[in-house]
Design a protein around this ligand. Structure first.
Ligand SMILES: [Zn+2]
Length: 494
């Protein structure tokens, strides 16, 4: 029988940590001039350097270093004055050099932190390091049932991704979150994603793999003050999965510890369908990789002046912006968090700037527009409707020209055609029917068609009028104001 989450917490204290890989959105690759664009015909974004041909010499991409420094500064890290790349040696067919150029004991950014808020409490997640490396190519295993190498007939390799700048952000172990450990882990990745998006250094698409997480989880007997043996769940590709991966590992490890078994330090794979993890390989030690300083690259020495000039260019970061907007517009912390989670803070502010009240702007962007975007698998802020158009819809509702239902139709029309709100309203005839004569005629028709209901209302069962209101709304295709219709009906039946 499997343990409940409460059972786990009664006896054990969880600690988690995260290693997050971020593909930068630089124009060219980390060590050569090849295009770093996603996709492309296989093996067209390649050259002797990223194919690892003999004698080819790498050169560091300056923009990638600058982006890494931005990330380090945003995460309150120290930017070291001097650091080097290192070779991480291992064989894999998607890595033609047989080593990955990475950073080992000399990362560019160290000792930072990121504060995340969960359920009204702030948790400080320590950042151990931010380092630069390069992505590998992509293997495709053809034939076989699982798409994995086992059972495949043959494998293809595409080196377009090989050498794309990759940043790894490693947290320190985070103890003390207790039952909220899964939520805090998720909130950290969400906050990190917002920062990276605000910095403009990556498109942070978890579903496309430009942001991916390895989740470390361990348990220690409650009150022991120790750190348990951790497992590492690889390539977790959504915020929800981060939370589920921590939770399922906590339960799995507690079951083993309860039986007196030990936890092995190993990598595990997260199953999106079942929500649990299964074993991968046993974890290599750093010594297995035979790291040594990369002899083909000069060290990176970021001067204090350069770092300072980069700091001056940093945009307002999400936490500071939340505090300012919350103060300026009187938005509660909860509503602010909801806007942040939906990624709509900027568009809400722009909608307010275009003349809409903050509450309406927030409601539309976190409500109907977020749902619409979600159904299309995109961000609300990327929808083909501008903040000014949303402000116009809100104004038309305030003027009584559109009902809420008609406003949604107007938004659908704008999204479908790209036309302006007023053009959509005119073309679809979406105005609320405010012609009293027309509404009275529709009310009389509804009464005539439903004599039993009308009689009930006349005899005092006022609630029954809802049926008649519905009939009128149907007859006017939702373009009447329901409250006005109700008044007219009750007047005629009194
Ligand atoms: Zn290249």
């Amino acid at each position: 029988m499997s343990l409940t989450y409460a059972d786990v917490l009664a006896r054990y204290e969880p600690t988690f940590g995260l290693e997050t890989h971020v593909e930068l959105n630089t124009v060219s690759k980390m060590f050569c001039g090849c295009s770093a664009e996603f996709g492309g015909e296989p093996n067209t974004h390649t050259c002797p350097v990223c194919l690892g041909l003999p004698g080819a010499l790498p050169v560091v991409n300056g923009t990638a270093v600058e982006s890494t420094i931005k990330i380090g500064l945003a995460l309150n890290c120290t930017i070291v004055p001097w650091c080097r790349f290192a070779r991480k040696n291992y064989f894999y067919p998607d890595m033609p050099k047989n080593f990955q150029t990475s950073q080992y004991d000399e990362p560019l950014c160290v000792e930072g932190y990121l504060d995340v808020d969960v359920q009204g409490k702030t948790y400080r997640v320590g950042i151990e390091r931010v380092h630069m490396e390069e992505d590998t190519g992509k293997n495709t295993h053809v034939g076989g049932a699982t798409g994995r190498i086992h059972g495949a007939d043959y494998s293809l390799v595409d080196y377009n991704r090989a050498g794309i700048p990759l940043i790894e952000i490693v947290t320190k172990p985070v103890p003390g979150a207790d039952e909220l450990a899964p939520e805090v882990a998720r909130a950290y990745v969400g906050a990190l994603r917002d920062i990276l998006r605000t910095l403009g250094v990556s498109d942070v698409r978890m579903e496309q793999g430009s942001l991916r997480c390895d989740v470390n989880t361990s348990l220690a007997p409650r009150g022991s003050g120790e750190l348990g043996t951790r497992t590492e769940t690889k390539n977790v590709n959504s915020l929800r999965s981060v939370e589920r991966a921590v939770r399922s590992e906590m339960i799995r490890q507690a079951e083993l510890l309860d039986k007196g078994e030990r936890i092995y330090q190993e990598t595990r794979h997260f199953n999106e369908t079942t929500g649990d993890t299964r074993p991968g390989r046993s974890k290599e030690e750093a010594t297995d990789y035979r790291y040594f300083p990369e002899p083909d690259l000069v060290p990176v020495a970021a001067s204090a002046e350069w770092v300072e000039s980069i700091r001056q260019t940093l945009p307002e970061l999400p936490a500071a912006r939340r505090a300012r907007v919350s103060e300026q517009f009187g938005v509660s912390a909860e509503d602010m968090q909801q806007m942040t989670n939906a990624g709509v803070v900027d568009v809400v502010i722009a909608t307010v700037d275009a003349g809409a009240p903050i509450d309406e702007a927030r409601n539309w962007w976190t409500g109907y527009l977020a749902q619409t975007a979600n159904a299309k698998d995109m961000f609300a802020a990327d929808l083909l409707i501008t903040p000014a158009q949303v402000a116009r819809v809100i104004a038309l509702v305030a003027e009584g020209v559109l009902s809420a239902a008609l406003a949604r139709q107007a938004i659908d029309g704008v999204l479908a055609t790209g036309d302006d709100v007023d053009a959509v309203v005119a073309a679809k005839g979406l105005q609320v029917v405010s012609d009293t004569g027309a509404l009275e005629a529709a009310a009389d028709e509804a009464i005539a068609a439903n004599p039993d209901i009308a009689e009930k209302v006349r005899s005092g069962k006022v609630a029954a009028v809802g049926v008649l209101v519905g009939a009128v709304m149907k007859a006017t295709r939702g373009q009447a104001d329901a409250a006005t219709v109700k008044d007219i009906l009750l007047q005629r039946l009194s």
